[in-house]
Design a protein around this ligand. Structure first.
Ligand code: SF4
Length: 580
């Protein structure tokens, strides 16, 4: 770990390199160091699109040392929720930061004209991007790689047109097909006139005890290679969950109207793998290769024949653009995803927002007056046209759709049909009351915060006291703060258990034990809640979108009374109740 911080001000075009050993000693890195830096750098009450909103990238102390420790944490104030913005991205971004020699990169200010940043070792160049403003996210990568080629394996993060338009759920795309996806970091890039970031260098990581390091490395590598869980991720990826979820009534279908999707076998991981998969890829330093790329064969304009486009897919994308829109033809899902990828939207948010619009239209809450197009579930060409209208700013209604389902529900009505948690569009699980509780209390309102969907699936066959259920969610969330400070891909969470994490940290000269990790996880939680609550998040008023109480989730109706009781208990256990 380099323990160096690079801070770039786009307004003045100046940059500064500093060291802060205390920060990494006390807060480790990744999400831990990130939240300290966000609380330090982000002025209270600013608009998320204000130039002062910082974008903070953080690696962790084991990134680059051991396999599948491949993520980078991005932190910012979220344009989608108005509070904590935190997004985790893979690809080779962590390696770019390591090679450049930085553990944290902070970007503030707004460039006068469109620009991109090139960081190579200690040198920072802010370059003109006027000629690529408007380019799609994939095209931007090709152009920047060509322009900055010859400098080893650079990582390239960039926005598409959605980020330029300040869509509140625009993402940042990394390298081939990874993303800082959720909570609108793409709009923060756009608000700074920042089209992209190219990062790399020649700096090496120090190894403290080479002999022991080699021993641990081989042990972990072999375990990963032989793990059945890892094999599952390689063969089918997360989309292997589509059919089992549908069977238990846990696969959101037609805007969470039911949990069973009659077309699930046509859009399952197995179906994609047998008929459309053309490539597996991996983040740097990962032997698993869970990234699945499908082929989309499309008619090119006359008189040409066909073009083949590569599109990545996984469970969340199949749910958001498949079952939740009632689309059961896999190439149609790839077609929608290809459009989303080019624009640079978060795919979950786009799918859930279009599902809200369809539901609201079918309930007569919005009409042709707003849509100028009849909306129906299962109609791919209408969804393509909707996205086209959003991208071209066809009307006020279509421009509003870029602000997300919660925003539109408040403005046009049908808020109870806007399936969002903390204003963030829902992940692809309706596996019970705890699932929704986990999304609600989770710090990012993500399925990756505390795996609440997994707890509910266990409860289908086992009993657990209510307090124990809540505690399970809290402990899982807190342990993940440590994994996300390291910053480990959560697919490898079974490989990196607490005792092993302590050994690896000590091997690299960091002083942590199991107690100090527990203490750190609590401190991170409090720092994050302090940021969220200072920016308007009220944990005591959490409720579900009304529709979710009316629809069975894995066979049971969530109950308002027990949901609210568990929510209160969660915050009491977390020690947040006393702060109100
Ligand atoms: S398991 Fe998948 S997401 Fe995780 S590091 Fe490997 S390739 Fe990347």
């Amino acid at each position: 770990m380099h323990r160096k911080i690079l801070k770039i001000d786009l307004e003045t075009k100046k940059y500064d390199i500093s060291e802060d050993s205390d920060l990494y000693t006390q807060w480790m890195g990744g999400t831990g160091a990130g939240i300290k830096l966000l609380n330090r750098e982000c002025p209270k009450d600013i608009d998320p699109l204000d130039p002062q909103n910082p974008i903070i990238f953080n690696t962790g102390p084991l990134n680059g040392y051991f396999p599948v420790i491949t993520k980078t944490v991005a932190m910012f104030k979220s344009p989608l929720t108005g509070n904590l913005g935190e997004s985790h991205g893979g690809g080779r971004f962590f390696q770019g930061m390591n090679s450049a020699g930085f553990s944290s990169v902070i970007i503030t200010g707004k460039a006068k004209k469109p620009c991109y940043i090139c960081i190579y070792n200690n040198k920072v160049d802010i370059k003109e991007a006027g000629s690529i403003w408007g380019q799609s996210a994939p095209a931007t990568e090709r152009i920047l790689r060509e322009a900055e080629g010859g400098k080893g394996k650079l990582s390239i993060a960039r926005i598409g047109p959605a980020g330029e338009r300040l869509s509140r759920f625009a993402c940042v795309t990394i390298d081939g097909s990874r993303h800082f996806g959720r909570l609108g970091i793409g709009a923060v890039f756009g608000s700074k006139n920042l089209k992209g970031l190219v990062i790399g260098g020649t700096t090496s990581l120090p190894v403290v005890n080479k002999k022991e390091y080699n021993k641990f490395y081989s042990e972990i590598y072999t375990e990963i290679k032989e793990s059945t869980l890892m094999k599952k991720y390689h063969d089918y990826g997360t989309s292997v969950n589509v059919i089992p979820l549908s069977k238990i009534g846990g696969l959101p279908t037609r805007n969470f109207s039911q949990g069973y999707f009659e077309g699930s076998s046509q859009i399952s991981g197995e179906k994609f793998a047998s008929d459309y998969l053309i490539q597996h890829t991996a983040c740097t330093h990962c032997p698993v290769g869970c990234i699945h790329i499908g082929k989309l064969r499309e008619k090119f304009s006359e008189p040409c024949h066909y073009k083949t486009v590569k599109v990545s897919y996984d469970h969340e994308l199949i749910y958001a653009l498949g079952s939740n829109l009632s689309i059961s033809y896999a190439p149609d899902i790839l077609k929608l995803l290809d459009y989303i990828e080019k624009q640079g939207w978060d795919a979950i948010s786009m799918g859930v927002t279009m599902a809200w619009a369809t539901d609201a239209f079918l309930h007569g809450i919005i009409t042709l007056k707003q849509t100028d197009l009849p909306l129906a579930f299962g109609d791919t060409s209408t969804y393509m046209e909707m996205m086209n209208r959003i991208a071209t700013g066809y009307s006020e209604f279509y421009r509003d759709l870029e602000a997300g389902a919660d925003y539109c529900g408040r403005k046009y009505g049908g808020l109870d049909l806007a399936i969002c948690f903390g204003k963030n569009e829902a992940p692809g699980y309706m596996t019970g009351e705890n699932t929704y509780l986990g999304f609600s209390v989770g710090i990012r309102h993500s399925h990756l915060d505390n795996a609440s969907y997994s707890l509910d699936q266990k409860l289908l066959t086992t009993q657990m006291e209510e307090a124990k259920q809540v505690e399970t969610l809290l402990l899982e969330e807190r342990w993940r703060f440590i994994l996300n400070s390291l910053v480990i891909c959560l697919f490898a969470r079974e490989i990196y258990k607490k005792d092993r994490v302590v050994k690896l940290l000590n091997l690299q000269g960091h002083s942590w034990d199991e107690n100090s990790l527990d203490d750190l996880s609590k401190r991170i939680h409090m720092e994050k809640m302090a940021f969220k609550m200072a920016n308007g998040f009220d944990p005591f008023s959490i409720d579900l979108p009304g529709k979710l109480y009316r629809v069975k989730s894995a066979g049971n109706y969530p109950a308002e009374e027990s949901f609210k009781r568990k929510n209160k208990l969660y915050w009491e256990m977390a020690g947040v109740a006393g702060q109100k």
